[in-house]
Design a binder for this molecule. Sequence first.
Ligand SMILES: Cc1cc2nc3c(=O)[nH]c(=O)nc-3n(C[C@H](O)[C@H](O)[C@H](O)COP(=O)(O)OP(=O)(O)OC[C@H]3O[C@@H](n4cnc5c(N)ncnc54)[C@H](O)[C@@H]3O)c2cc1C
Length: 271
Amino acid sequence: MYANYRTQPYLEAMCHLIEQYKPEVILMGATGMGRDLAGAVATRVGTGLTADCTGLDIDDKRNLMQTRPAFGGNIMATIMCDKYRPQMSTVRPHVMQMPEPLAGADGEIIKVDFSIPEEQVSVKILEVIRDGDSKQKIDIGGAEFIVSGGRGMMGPENFALLKELADELGAVVGASRSAVDAGWMPHDRQVGQTGKTVRPKIYIACGISGAIQHLVGMQDADLIIAINRDKEAPIFEVAHYGIVGDLFKVVPELTQNIRELKKQGCGARVK
Ligand SMILES: Cc1cc2nc3c(=O)[nH]c(=O)nc-3n(C[C@H](O)[C@H](O)[C@H](O)COP(=O)(O)OP(=O)(O)OC[C@H]3O[C@@H](n4cnc5c(N)ncnc54)[C@H](O)[C@@H]3O)c2cc1C
């Protein structure tokens, strides 16, 4: 019944668990499945749901403080659901830093036997067809090194420059929404509020202005390098290193320098 996700059985099972255990807080991943299930559960149990949180905390009254971008990403709002229980939030993958494991910490897994009659489930799964391409698909969310391009790339063909740099670094190529909306890169490469949240070791932003909706998706990278010809571009406010210049000159030079360094056996320093 639960092998393949279907809203109805998962919804009934979650509601059964909520009824039985009365949790104060329910957290789900903001994945395709989590988004679907969380909304259905919140509606059924009559509570609030804050989707796509970027920060979570608990106040001294046991209220969950759920922070997320609001008004098109222009402000960060902290939302509380203090009159209803459970308090429900979803969080996108990679938004939060992986905590260090606590030695000796453990928890109890309680197995609950629950199902609903199959004939009550209106959706039947006839066949599961795996996306043949899925192994080749790049998970930008989990990438350690990302070279991203924005509207400043001026056209899809110029992403080849970024690909060359990315190949030298063992990186993947990402994009701003402008580049994706223009059809220069596929949507699964989009970084930002309506794309992926990334947390790489190095993020190189090329021809990206640094709109807040882009920044919320990449500002937690360990090292941010920005290349932009406008020295006032907001991306420089979050960048650790900024190069003010024409990316069409800077990027090939950077790639060439890295190649030479690698030839000299300095590959470890590059990485
Ligand atoms: C609800 C909502 C959700 C959004 N979600 C996202 C999202 O998920 N991700 C996202 O990225 N955006 C998102 N946006 C869009 C966002 O507001 C910006 O419009 C977008 O990020 C701008 O993309 P850009 O930086 O590539 O383009 P621009 O803002 O046009 O910037 C292009 C930059 O390239 C520079 N440049 C141009 N030519 C060169 C050159 N030769 N050399 C060097 N630099 C050069 C320019 O100086 C400029 O700074 C969202 C907007 C809304 C309203």
